[in-house]
Design a protein around this ligand. Sequence first.
Ligand code: MLT
Ligand code: ZN
Length: 491
Amino acid sequence: MVAIAAQLTAEAYPDIERNPNFKVLNQDDVKYFRSILDDDEIIEANGDDLVSYNQDWMNKYRGQSHLVLLPRSTEKVSKIMKYCNDQQLAVVPQGGNTDLVGASVPVFDEIILSLKQMNKVRDFDPVSGAFKCDAGVVMRDAHQFLRDNDHIFPLDLPSRNACQVGGVVSTNAGGLNLLRYGSLHGNVLGLEVVLPNGEIISNIDALRKDNTGTIGVVTGVSILAAPKPKALNNTFIGLESFDIVQDLFVKAKKELSEILSAFEFMDNGSIKCTIEYLKDEPFLLKKEHPFYVLIETSGSNQAHDEEKLSAFIKSALEEKLISESHMAANIDEYNKIWTWRKSVPPACNSYGGMYKYDMSLKLKDLYSVSEAVTKRLNDAGLIGDAPKPIVASVGYGHVGDGNIHLNIAVREFTKEIEGLLEPFVYEYIQAKKGSISAEHGIGFHKHGHLHYSRSEIEIRFMKHIKEHYDPNAILNPYKYVTAGPRSYCCD
Ligand code: MLT
Ligand code: ZN
């Protein structure tokens, strides 16, 4: 991976001003934090030394924080937030820092509040499936714990080795199996949250029908784990057009019905980048195709599910819906097939960085946005071998959720590319009545653009909620919705 040091966000977006109401951190503040935290719960350094906390995963945004706090308890988070609120010190909560919209890194000198040392499983009830843990538990570890207890975490993501349970809950990440397990928020039983003023609000011991939501730092989560499926199968398919992807989806819903658990598509460009990225790994199919689909089934009877999926593939081949497929013969092959889907994001990011859009559209329009964007960038002569700035413009995503991700893999970020992409992408989505944020959130990237898919009244309502819980606007400023003058807020 050719990681590039991102340009400072404050320099790349000079029209965003630091909120003058925020205090600049001083040594008295650091002294206070040292008085409530252990030595290994505080990192003080200049911005360059804190690059892994200040810079995002896409190498697109870089803040200038000098202080990272890594408390090990909810009570310490509460003391930190109370102090910051009283002193008007801005704070960015950070989980695994795998976010894709510049939400988890500072814009200016905000203090970074990392949840990574709050990483304990608190409780698991194998009868109800209720799983309670600290917000900083890495999703991979939650999966492992639950697998050992014959259950699964009801969400999987390509970033599972780094993202944290609190992060995916606070962003309501969608993931690879939403088709089967539904939205993560539908599986949240309760939360423990520290409000911006330091108060702790908790319904983490809630029973199944007792959900509430709030705004603050998520420190603990109770989530409904699903029983581990006894049979997992998948297949990787090559096909000729996005129309056929849709026909195949309809057929899969009819014929695989209750065992269908994922239906993911990738275009040719996504897989080309992934072939380069996985280098020595032989590709799953013999030929190249305009589109690829990964279908997964999860059920209770291996022989039955395998037979059902094989019959489905056979009939799709006979109907000439699909050109070629590769079905996993064992668990290793099952994992390998998923690797080709999960490696698309890091593959696109491996050339330097990427522009990224995450949208919901009606299925019939889903891929059209990728075609429109690629054409626009091609017409401008920006895609190709170096020194052209763009390596590839690709589309892939979750067909079952009507969710496409556009990755514009770049060698460098330029204002010319950004000017061609925005507001073009947002206007396109607005015209098709889609959403500019399907699962990755608004963050810094899309602040000020919410009106393309939300009404004025909805945005006002969101602002009122934010103002109610965070009147000093210290929590994750310059993102999503914030009160205050336009230059340091949004929408
Ligand atoms: C995915 O579906 O792969 C995730 O949302 C992450 C991404 O798009 O990069
Ligand atoms: Zn996704």
